[in-house]
Write a protein that binds this ligand. Structure first.
Ligand code: ATP
Length: 269
């Protein structure tokens, strides 16, 4: 199960060019996570301690995983991804062992970035420790804290965690020396949406397509939803028997993705 529990990419091929919008967030994560990995002496000399971990928070599909992977690509680091909710529903009883193994591997393959998705699954504040399941989750979280406290901020390992529910997190996670930098990854504004649409249509054959107009029409869409718009537009073109994608295909695709978003909202609130 250990191999299944993590995804390892030696040196992701994507970089910041593959991320639309989020300029400020990219600058910050590069400074506090990227630079210490490639130029630790800079921090040593000046005598500042960079954070060991940062927390990314924001709505689903806004690019939290993407930013972390792109950072690993930029600084040529190993990217190790674990999904914390799987400790609770898939690798029950193995959480602490997996956490230990992830850090061991990260040190072996440094420089590395450990990405912990859905950290709220193990890092939520809880009122009582009623069931053995709760205690197991607690053990996983304590192991994570022990690992974070146990390494040096300049030894080539950084931890990036992500959540949609920062309000649920245990403040113990956010203490100095742990996830002491918090970066919000919001929904994209119009400029961001345009950049994201450009990225996801890079390899598409477009004819008379005005992506600015599509960016204006898609307020409230996440990056993942904009990617879906590009894909759906391609499907409409194929259904239409065309070998290029037109504005009309994009407009239909926006409608389709918007309907899907509304249905989801009705179901999940
Ligand atoms: P979740 O909270 O659901 O895990 P996330 O914030 O980690 O979501 P990603 O998994 O990074 O979101 O995004 C899903 C996909 O959507 C990405 O692989 C990418 O193709 C696209 N995407 C999301 N945001 C952006 C962006 N800012 N620029 C370009 N593509 C994006």
């Amino acid at each position: 199960p250990l191999v299944e529990a993590m995804e390892i990419e030696e040196r992701p091929s994507i970089t910041f060019k593959d991320v639309g919008g989020l300029e400020e967030q990219i600058r910050e994560i590069y400074e506090v996570v990227g630079l210490p990995l490639i130029k630790p002496q800079l921090f040593d000399e000046i005598g500042v301690e960079p954070p060991k971990g940062v927390l990314l928070y924001g709505p689903p599909g806004t690019g939290k995983t993407l930013v972390a992977r792109a950072l690993a690509g930029e600084v040529k680091a190993t990217f190790i991804r674990v999904v914390a909710s799987q400790f609770v529903n898939k690798f029950i009883g193995e959480g602490a062992r997996i956490v230990r193994e992830v850090f061991r591997l990260a040190k072996e393959k440094k420089p590395s970035i450990i990405f912990i998705d859905e950290i709220d699954a193990i890092g939520s504040r809880r009122v009582d420790m009623g069931t053995s399941g709760d205690r197991e989750v607690q053990r996983t979280m304590l192991q994570l804290l022990a690992e974070m406290d146990g390494f040096d901020p300049l030894e080539g390992v950084k931890v990036v965690a992500a959540t949609n529910r920062i309000d649920l997190l245990d403040p113990a996670l956010l203490r100095p020396g742990r996830f002491d930098r918090i970066i919000e990854i919001p929904l994209p504004d119009k400029k961001g949406r345009l950049e994201i649409l450009k990225i996801h249509t890079r390899n598409m054959k477009l004819k008379d397509v005005d992506l600015e107009e599509i960016a204006s029409m898609t307020e409230g869409f996440s990056g993942a939803e904009l990617k879906a718009v590009a894909t759906e537009a391609g499907f409409f073109a194929i259904r239409d028997g065309k070998n290029y994608v037109s504005q009309e295909h994009f407009i239909k695709a926006v409608d389709k993705v918007r309907n899907r978003m509304e249905k989801r909202k009705q179901i999940f609130g």
